[in-house]
Design a protein around this ligand. Structure first.
Ligand code: GAL
Length: 690
């Protein structure tokens, strides 16, 4: 057996200069904008397949995702494989012009497996071992489970790795649950040993003298996610990341060995995108293309919040991505599984494309007559006939086909980036200090005005190359190693404009307090620091260069330490400690600037701050002027610019274009578009083919 142990990624990862992302160009046979659906042929009589596939073809579906929960049909008993039905399903789809993505079935092990090898079952943090009947009941660490996965995937890869109608492989389905079984625990201890080398080193970095935590043997170290040592908690998240990475690599290696490079390897990450059980950027780095599942659940589509999540996903590989699951109207798991309004789903599809999706696939085609998800939104009802949603998605399917050539090879491009760092999110989540702080809301408070004003925003890992950005905003970048501080300082010295939000640089990479106070290793570059932080119950007034307003949720009293550091904003009278003190400071260094905004500001002031920062950093003004509630997305490539304009407001909106553009949906040239609520226009400049 090859080494079970994957080295901790952060030990080997030098700062990544830029992430190579060549994948999608290899993908022969993949339509430029691909509409797809999850289809489970194993749940239906074969005599029904053709009717389903004909309906898909008629609706513009070009892809099916199959197999991801079909282990008991693919290997009905140990070592007895039946892959013929899958081959027939792939061929039947191809006969309707539909290509296939095969999902490896490892999210749902069969009953013979879990009863013969109960040690493969996951153990919850409370100590309870899972039973059969659900999916995700396996332990991601189990060597036996990984071996059985390998054997299963090998069969599939050998059989379909050269099938011309298979365009991609999806490993597993929405990696989710870690496990607290003894095997995982042993691996955790070995992981720590590999990282720290000695217990003395671990005891020092975690400062285990605190509450008598000092460890004298590796197996004394607990594995739980309660209010444990902050260093332990952060390392546990990194361990979970490495375990999932290893779980994925186990299958990836088999696929790489047997399948043609033309067949892309992906996975579908779930959990509403912002989920942070493990570092998704690391998981994405090993694949050819990343897929994810942007569900809305209860309520309605928030184009900025989900749009930002698309940007986050695109940022993991700096590459277009696939939406592998979208809800056809509604789900079955929300508090209230309400339906999106008529037209909202089509707009949601185009929003995904606008943010860099080259595929939108629905979950699922038709609900199994029995099984756990009978109520979920579908395209075809229990009677096998289309439900009302079918027409809306079919309309988008026809539009995808129409616009595909113009959009092929284009991608969103931004001059502004927001930094997103899992370590920092985890660190703050372990100890929030105020339950009014929500990391995603904080990120969104910067994203919303940036997206409105600049219309294109990247969300990237702080270690990535930042040269391409004029403005970089780092909300809550609390974990700051000396290497990261140097990387950011280099960016600024070379002409970048860096804005740090509150809580920046408080911790080092072991989640221990940085002794310099905030922003830790950036204090010298900033020429100032945080004197004290305050979790706010009442807002504090604040005024200065960016306007007047209030500091809310969190405020830090800042100070300048060098004559060339400038105070940009000051607090007014509030809790006494903040009165008259600096709330934001800035300093020029090299050819750029570093700014520290020590408080969260109200939405109006944040917008004014954003406008000022965009201007000062020379970011190009938004190309299209649109009313509130209208979103503009832009994809650029091959000498073309394609605008996707979406009306999420409640009224009709007229948009005057700065010059005539080709209207790719309606046809012809236009210099004005009128959009009803949820209306979509796709406009092209510089020769977009139609
Ligand atoms: C996803 C999952 C699908 C399906 C769907 C229902 O998280 O990947 O298999 O269960 O949720 O919304």
């Amino acid at each position: 057996m090859t080494s079970r142990f994957v080295r901790p990624f952060f030990l080997t990862a030098a700062l990544v200069a830029s992430l190579a992302a060549p994948a999608a160009s290899r993908a022969a046979g993949i339509p430029p904008l691909m509409l797809g659906s999850a289809w489970y042929p194993e749940q239906w009589p074969e005599t029904r397949w053709d009717a389903d596939l004909a309906l898909m073809q008629q609706g513009g579906f070009k892809m099916v995702r199959i197999g991801e929960f079909a282990w008991s049909s693919l290997e009905p008993s140990e070592g007895k494989f039946d892959l013929d039905w899958m081959e027939r399903a792939i061929s039947a789809a191809a006969a309707h012009g539909i290509v296939t993505i095969i999902g490896t079935p490892t999210d749902a092990p069969p009953a013979w497996l879990t009863s013969k090898y109960p040690e493969t079952l996951r153990v919850a943090e409370g100590g309870q071992r899972m039973e059969h009947g659900m999916r995700r009941q396996f332990s991601y660490s189990s060597a036996k489970y990984r071996e059985l996965c390998r054997l299963m995937v090998e069969q599939l890869a050998k059989r379909f790795g050269h099938n011309p109608n298979v365009i991609a492989w999806q490993i597993d389905n929405e990696y989710t649950e870690d496990s607290f079984d003894d095997e995982s625990r042993g691996l955790w201890h070995r992981w720590l040993e590999a990282k720290y080398g000695s217990l003395g080193q671990l005891n020092q970095q975690w400062m285990t003298a605190y509450w008598s935590q000092t460890y004298s043997a590796w197996d004394q170290i607990p594995m739980n996610t309660g209010r444990n040592n902050p260093g332990l908690l952060l390392d546990y998240k990194r361990f979970v990341t490495d375990e999932w990475r290893g779980f994925q690599k186990n299958q990836l290696d088999v696929l790489r060995r047997y399948v043609e490079p033309r067949q892309l390897i992906t996975t579908n990450l779930g959990g509403l995108g912002w989920a942070n059980r493990f570092n998704r950027r690391v998981i994405a780095g090993d694949l050819d293309i990343i897929g994810w599942d942007p569900y809305v659940g209860q309520g309605h589509f928030d184009y900025q919040r989900i749009g930002a999540t698309h940007d986050l996903v695109r940022g993991w590989r700096r590459q277009n991505f696939w939406v592998l699951e979208m809800q056809p109207g509604f789900v079955d798991w929300a508090g209230v599984s309400n339906s999106l309004n008529k037209g909202e789903t089509r707009a949601m599809m185009w929003n995904a494309v606008g943010h860099g999706a080259d595929c939108v696939s629905f979950w699922q085609w038709r609900a199994g007559l029995n099984g756990q998800e009978q109520y979920h939104g579908v395209l075809v009802g229990a009677d096998g006939q289309p439900v009302p949603m079918y027409d809306e998605i079919a309309q988008a399917g026809a539009e995808f086909a129409k616009v595909g050539a113009a959009i092929a090879g284009t991608s969103p491009e931004a001059q502004v980036a927001i930094l997103h760092d899992y370590d920092s999110r985890w660190s703050i989540d372990f100890h929030k200090q105020t339950n009014r702080w929500d990391n995603v809301d904080v990120l969104m408070s910067y994203y919303r005005p940036l997206h409105d004003l600049a219309q294109s925003v990247d969300i990237v890992d702080p270690t990535f190359s930042l040269d391409r950005y004029k403005l970089v905003v780092a909300p809550g970048l609390i974990v700051m190693s000396p290497e990261l501080a140097k990387h950011l300082t280099d960016y600024v010295e070379q002409g970048g404009h860096l804005v740090l939000g509150p809580r920046s640089g408080m911790m080092n990479e072991f989640n221990a307090l940085n002794p310099e106070r905030q922003p830790g290793p950036l204090v010298a570059a900033l020429g100032g620091r945080v004197e004290q932080f305050y979790a706010l119950l009442e807002d504090a007034p604040v005024a200065g260069k960016w306007g007047n307003g209030s500091a809310t949720i969190w405020a830090e009293r800042l100070s300048t330490k060098t004559a060339d550091a400038e105070v940009v904003m000051r607090y007014g009278k509030s809790n006494g400690w903040l009165d008259g003190e600096p709330a934001a400071i800035t300093r020029k260094i090299g050819r750029g600037t570093i700014t520290y905004a020590g408080a969260l500001f109200d939405a109006r002031l944040t917008r004014a701050m954003t406008a000022s920062l965009l201007e000062a950093s020379g970011v190009a003004p938004a190309p299209l002027a649109v009313p509130e509630g209208v979103e503009v997305c832009r994809r650029i490539g091959g000498g073309r610019t394609v605008f996707i304009v979406l009306n999420f407001s409640n009224a009709d909106q007229a948009i005057a274009l700065p010059r005539a553009m080709r209207d790719l949906l309606a046809g012809g040239e236009t210099s004005r578009v009128v959009l009803p609520r949820y209306g979509v226009a796709v406009l092209s400049e510089n020769g977009g083919a139609q």
